[in-house]
Design a protein around this ligand. Sequence first.
Ligand code: NAP
Length: 294
Amino acid sequence: MKNSFFANTELIGLIGHPIKHSYSPFIQNYALERMGVDAIYLAFDVPTENLKNAINSITALGLKGLNVTLPHKEKIIKFLDELSEEASIIGAVNTVVNDHGKLIGYNTDANGILETLLPYKDAITGTKVAVVGAGGSARAVIYTLLRYFRPEEVNIINRTQQRADTLMNYFSLKMRYDSFHTYDLFPPDNLEILSNSKLIINATTIGMFPDVEDSITDLEESFNEDQIVFDLVYNPTKTNFLKMAERQGANVVGGLKMLIAQAAKSFELWTGAEMPVNEISQQLEKNIADVSRQ
Ligand code: NAP
């Protein structure tokens, strides 16, 4: 990887808290180097009390832009000058572009979700889907499903059912869709919902490193070979939830494809260049395998 930077080298940041385990610096620096863009991508651990100062530093220091991750995706909006259409509907931002001092927020997670599910578009459209989670990424999932896949029914399952209700009410109004149901995350009740869904998406942190034994359900009967099962979690690359679904014959998709697709869209917004996604995907998988062997 490039190891010389000069006075003209531009800076792109990632802010979140915690940030230590992010793969984004690997992906973005590999792409910058590969595409010959004179910029560096660095991660900054920014607790919520420093968010406003961190945003001010984008224009003060002339950063090209930022990626934004947990827990700032929603809170950052009030500090920005403008939002793209999808960020404004989703109500969360994961990418900021510094356009000559004007800070514009985008949500490229939606693009990552779309790219991941596009191969299954015909299978998903007009069917019942289950979305587990009601946080920032669940908002991007629901937006993308309603905008591009028009499911017959969306079932939102969440530990805090009230947050699922809030999401249902918000998207019912915002996207004029009235086929929502919400449920508490309590497996016996959910068996029927999950097993009758063509598409099941985990948009929670359940099963994420270091809690790799956890899963949104322990019931293998939740899955069958007609289903598509997508886990946004990318560390580990195949969660227990996906392994269980795979044993029942479901088509399973891990979070890495989405991670790279959302990164590619952010890269394009900052640099105008196309990220070599296949090459980066191979390099990232190799890097993850190397690290896990250490
Ligand atoms: P978030 O806004 O903090 O939402 C977290 C969600 O997880 C909420 O629904 C929360 O339920 C639920 N949750 C957390 N701990 C739980 C537990 N112990 N038991 C049951 N439910 C629990 O997070 P987010 O931004 O939506 O991210 C969710 C996941 O998506 C993370 O793993 C993140 O890494 C992944 N993600 C992946 C990509 C990608 O490119 N692959 C992109 C974005 C996010 P409550 O509402 O009850 O708190």
